[in-house]
Design a binder for this molecule. Structure first.
Ligand SMILES: Cc1cc2nc3c(=O)[nH]c(=O)nc-3n(C[C@H](O)[C@H](O)[C@H](O)COP(=O)(O)O)c2cc1C
Length: 203
């Protein structure tokens, strides 16, 4: 049912590259066709946080090593963040939804203010103007007043603010458990059933 669903994923330079990797892998496992865009600092944080093999040019290898062959259920293309002529820059392109994970305060501001300085910001603006699902996963602490205001502005414009705030009621044992929780919340927000963390049973 999910096979071929076309979803955009923006990866920016906030801490939490593992959230991006887990989300991309989980969407591929679902059979999605992903359109990926990495900012320059998004690429840098992949290397800083996931190690020297975490190069965007070798993304498939990285995902298979970490998450297994299930990622081959889906496929992906990578667009340049400088290419404002890419498919994602137009509302006529049928990309149903977008997540920016992690979302830096800089990109959050650009989305909230509709600046469209990069493909990530433009694609997010397309989601808002077309009234499609846009999920922003901000990560910063503490948060400045501008960052708080930009989240309100983005939410008022129709975005879902899904902060990178893992929960602990599911008793995580590893960093991967924490990443699974956030990726699972993102998949739910995009309308997928997922088993990345157990649903609360009310007990
Ligand atoms: C190691 C490192 C960690 C960073 N962590 C964060 C962060 O958690 N949140 C944030 O908003 N910015 C963070 N930044 C700053 C952003 O990377 C910076 O503002 C950058 O210009 C964001 O650009 P982008 O949104 O185009 O990726 C970090 C930078 C570095 C080098």
């Amino acid at each position: 049912m999910n096979a071929g669903r076309r979803i955009a994923v923006g990866v920016t330079g906030a801490s939490g590259a593992i959230y991006a990797a887990r989300t991309i892998a989980a969407l591929l496992e679902q059979g999605c066709h992903l359109e990926l865009v990495f900012s320059d600092y998004g690429k840098r944080l992949l290397l800083d946080e996931l190690g020297p093999d975490a190069k965007v040019e070798r993304l498939a290898d990285l995902l298979v090593t970490r998450y297994g062959q299930g990622i081959s259920n889906g496929r992906f293309v990578i667009h340049s963040n400088k290419d404002l002529g890419a498919t994602l820059a137009s509302g006529s392109h049928r990309c149903e939804s977008m997540v920016i994970v992690p979302c830096s305060m800089k990109t959050l501001a650009g989305v909230a203010l509709g600046l469209s300085r990069s493909l990530i910001e433009r694609a997010a603006d397309v989601m808002l103007k077309e009234q499609r699902r846009l999920v922003l996963v901000p990560r910063e602490t503490p948060m400045s007043l501008p960052a708080l205001r930009h989240q309100v502005a983005a939410a008022e414009a129709g975005a879902m603010i899904l902060p990178a705030m893992p929960a602990f009621y599911q008793k995580p044992q590893t960093i991967d458990d924490l990443a699974d929780f956030i990726a699972g919340k993102i998949l739910n927000a995009l309308g997928f059933e997922q088993q990345l963390f157990p649903a609360w049973k009310g007990e």
